[in-house]
Structure formats: C-alpha cells, structure tokens
Design a protein around this ligand. Structure first.
Ligand SMILES: NC(=O)c1ccc[n+]([C@@H]2O[C@H](COP(=O)([O-])OP(=O)(O)OC[C@H]3O[C@@H](n4cnc5c(N)ncnc54)[C@H](O)[C@@H]3O)[C@@H](O)[C@H]2O)c1
Length: 245
C-alpha cells in the first residue's frame, strides 16, 4: 500500500483548533509528523494541548506574534518541514457594492496577508535546510468569485497568485509551495453561511454534496510530503467536479 510517510517531520498548522485545520492536524500526525498547532482560540488550543507536539496562541495577521511563535518552534524542535496555512475567515455575506470597508480589510488581513506573513516567517528556515513543503488553503471562491463574498473571493484569489509567485521563486531551493482550492466543505464555516448561499453551493456541485474535512486533509497530507516533488506554485482542486479550470 502507498502510505504517506511524514516520520521525523515537524509541521505548523494554522487554525488547527477546528474544522479543516483539525482534520489536517490529525492526518499529518497519523502519517508520523509532529504538529505545532496555532490558532487565536486559546481555549480550543488548551483543550487539544495534550494531543499535539506544541501549540501557540497566534493571530496570523500579526507579524510580531507569528515571528515570535516561529522562533519558539525552531528553538523547541530544531526544524520546520511543513507549513499549512489554513486559518481563515469568510466575512459577512454582503453584496460587493455594500461591502463594509472594515470587514473587507479584516478578511484580506487574515486570509491573504496572514498567509503571506506566515510564509515569510517560516520559509527561510526551510530554504536554509534545503527542504520544505508549504500548503496554502485557498478556495474555489478565489477562482470563480462567489457572489456575496467579495472580500473572501478576492483574498483567496490573492492566496492563489501569491502561492504561484512563492512556488516559482523557491523552485530551486527544495521548498515547494502549493495551494488547494476546496468547494464548500462540511464545517462550521459552511454551516454559518447564509443558508441560501450554502444551498446554491450544493446545487452547483456536480456531486451534489459538500466535501468532507478528511478529503481536504488527505490531499493536504500528500502535498505536505516528499511524494509531492514536481509540483510547485500549483492549485489543486477539491470541488466534486465543479471547478472547470
Ligand atoms: N469550510 C469550507 O467550506 C471551506 C471551503 C473552501 C476553503 N475553506 C478554507 O479552509 C480554511 C479552514 O476553514 P474551516 O471551514 O475549517 O474554518 P473554521 O472556521 O471551522 O476554522 C477556522 C480556524 O481558524 C482559526 N482562526 C481564525 N482566524 C484566525 C487568525 N487570525 N489567526 C489564527 N487562527 C485563526 C479559528 O479560530 C478556527 O479554529 C479557511 O482558510 C477557509 O477559507 C473552507
């Protein structure tokens, strides 16, 4: 059987407390990786503290917090092989022309700038070691543009473009960076959306269902492994056949 082997690897997973990040954490651990969980949810982190190799309360949009947490992780583990940029928010479902500027800035700050900050803080350790795997969790919204989710769609399109740049800039270093673009996945984030938006997402899906967190985690674990070796700056669909490009 072809199994993903992450034995001896150290991974940071952002937004690890619940949803997709929680499932990714479990799959990386099952493959043998030591996972350091980052999240803004201090209580959630405390509740899972015994199950992970390390944890830190980190707001990914805050460069100072991210850099301090990277230093702590490097001091504790000596190496960082894998970075999964998963933390994100959707923002209020609002028509683009009425979209509040402060909500726009918050979504872009966390989803796009936070991903950039974490990559910039972690990748230099990987480049120095000559090995690294970065997986950014984007969204099909970043390819299609989801009505009522202007800031989220724009931020995730930014994550896709940034991953392409990072992958190409680091292509000769041994560090590869890819992103995944899931359609609606069965998590709190999906269920907290406007029910009509969610109904349309399921209706638009050729498989007529939501994806599961395990489906995202399985692809992410492969992208985080040495088995993924000739792909970088790429976008991997998880859309039940919905994505046409
Ligand atoms: N659920 C979906 O349908 C879906 C579809 C496509 C893409 N995604 C993406 O997958 C990722 C995870 O989504 P989810 O559905 O599991 O979300 P979720 O809301 O269930 O979990 C997100 C986690 O991120 C944490 N977080 C939020 N802001 C943070 C910050 N500033 N710093 C650190 N941690 C922070 C939260 O505390 C939470 O634990 C997101 O990037 C999301 O955009 C989700």
């Amino acid at each position: 059987m072809n199994r993903i082997d992450l034995a001896g690897r150290t991974a940071i997973v952002t937004g690890a407390v619940k949803g997709i990040g929680r499932a990714i954490t479990a799959h990386l651990q099952a493959a043998g990786a030591q996972v350091i969980a980052w999240d803004i949810d201090a209580d959630g982190l405390a509740a899972m503290a015994d199950t992970v190799a390390g944890h830190a309360v980190v707001d990914i949009a805050d460069g100072g917090q991210v850099r301090a947490a990277v230093e702590t992780a490097v001091n504790a583990h000596g190496r960082l092989d894998i970075l999964i940029n998963n933390a994100g928010i959707v923002g209020p479902p609002t028509a683009a022309l009425a979209y509040p500027e402060d909500a726009w800035r918050q979504v872009v700050d966390i989803d796009l700038t936070g991903t950039f900050i974490c990559c910039q803080a972690v990748a230099p350790q990987m480049v120095a070691a000559g090995y690294g795997r970065i997986v950014n969790i984007a969204s099909i919204a970043g390819k299609e543009g989801t009505p009522m989710l202007a800031a989220y769609s724009a931020a995730k399109a930014g994550v896709i473009a940034f991953t392409k740049v990072l992958g190409r800039e680091l292509a000769e270093t041994g560090v590869i960076a890819n992103c995944v673009a899931p359609a609606a996945i069965e998590t709190d984030m999906a269920h907290n959306q406007d029910p009509e938006v969610l109904r349309l997402m399921i209706e638009k899906n050729p498989m007529k269902r939501l994806g599961t967190v395990d489906e995202v985690a399985r692809m992410t674990a492969w992208l985080a492994s040495a088995d993924c070796s000739f792909s970088t700056g790429a976008v991997f669909d998880l859309s039940g056949g919905r994505a046409g490009h």
